[in-house]
Ligand binder design. Sequence first.
Ligand code: BCO
Length: 565
Amino acid sequence: ICKVLQGFSLSPTQLHRRLFSRVGAPRWNDHDSPEEFNFASDVLDYWAQMEEEGKRGPSPAFWWVNGQGDEIKWSFRKLRDLTCRTANVFEQICGLQQGDHLALILPRVPEWWLVTVGCIRTGIIFMPGTTQLKAKDILYRIQMSRAKAIVTTASLVPEVESVASECPDLKTKLVVSDHSHEGWLDFCSLIKSASPDHTCIKSKMKDPMAIFFTSGTTGYPKMAKHNQGLAFRSYIPSCRKLLKLKTSDILWCMSDPGWILATVGCLIEPWTSGCTVFIHHLPQFDPKVIVEVLFKYPITQCLAAPGVYRMVLQQKTSNLRFPTLEHCTTGGESLLPEEYEQWKQRTGLSIHEVYGQSETGISCATLREMKIKRGSIGKAVLPFDLQIIDEKGNILPPNTEGYIGIRIKPTRPLGLFMEYENSPESTSEVECGDFYNSGDRGTIDEEGYIWFLGRGDDVINASGYRIGPAEVENALAEHPAVAESVVVSSPDKDRGEVVKAFIVLNPEFLSHDQEQLIKELQHHVKSVTAPYKYPRKVEFVSELPKTVTGKIKRKELRNKEFGQL
Ligand code: BCO
């Protein structure tokens, strides 16, 4: 099939049929995929055509509720219409073109899906971000990417406005809002008057599609750039086994739209299979709402961070036997074996773990019908070849701790990020022999199951958020009370891990009420950077442990937190 597809131009229907009719699991990689692929024309338009031919059932492609009585149900035909209008707005009104960067900072509103697919239709590179971002975070993203456009929500208009003058490349500001904002284009009214006729670009598999900002050990987030392979990967027979979605399934992925998990779980995975994407607006996370929604709507599959399952289990509700739910998946941080057991006991359902990063999408998983080994993140998902490696890229034997690596030589696999945009040094830093070094530590057993052990560097994974310590330390440094600080990960029974700050106070603050000062510092961090990064634990110390050369012994502090000293 690989040879047949190569070099041939297939219609969406032909391409889809050829891929779906394949029995078995060929080992797709960069060399044996079609040269051209576009998720909008090859997937979404295919299903729209199936609907027109009466070959897809009546279930919506997109089902959105907000808990206040508002509901939207769109078919694939409707989505085709709306995303073509969006593409026309981008090209004709905003003058954007293939390769331009667009910052997409929206909550879980239907327009997020329109913008994403509109970008794919036109080749505009979309860069999702969480609505928790503050002015400085947004400024950094726009300047680093030289974004020409931003689409955001009313509440973030003032944040963007406060930095817009420092962003000379930013020419187009679109807002999704009920009212008008001076200097901003109104996205909803523009798509109403735009034409629904649009010719989708013929994108090459290697053409960039999206950029995800991802935190590192030092400095500010890096830009992990993905090509169309991120979307094509969901076609691969092995990936189809991940959730085994049918057109009749209704999948609720609860990830914030700012993360790669949402691009994969709220869009690519479900629509590749032609099933329904279910979304609750969830402006504020509330486990009670999760339980209510799972009882009220015919959801068959859900995908959420371990913290969500954990918080649902902490609810007083005695009945967690959801009437239609068949399959649960989790990713973003570690699921504890006891949480797995409790969920199974109370819902009758297993939780299947996936593992990945902004650089990799889902790289490892317990596929739907695979044996679950509690505490393991499952096996490598093709075409990724995952191995445990040492610092030089040598493969380590089973049950030996090392770095989780993905083979990139001789062939970089489809679905792995292309590079860190504008940062060849960062890109080469994570290349280790024949492998991409994820920076995560793990082991592999004789059956190929991987066991995630934590980060090998100082990056913090708290509640599924990847947080660079420097981002928090820089925010703390802006407060007059802070002379010096160091931020590490610390264990937490509710959230797995949380951010902990060790702070040396400036002398004039030593006499302040400590409880009050902690609250003030937490509030300060929440106000200058995305609030999910704020230190939930704070300890004031008289000095920080340092080496003779003055380097902070970060590892010592972290190990102490985890009782390893
Ligand atoms: O807990 P606090 O109340 O003290 O603080 C919370 C919020 O209240 C606060 N906040 C949010 N917006 C704010 C604000 N404060 C001021 N101004 C605003 N505009 O900030 C804190 C945010 O923390 P949170 O998001 O952890 O809070 P929450 O609501 O308890 O959410 C719990 C979870 C579990 C839903 C949340 O932590 C979560 O969604 N985690 C998962 C993240 C995720 O999806 N990761 C996947 C990344 S992609 C990946 O790993 C690749 C996999 C293939």
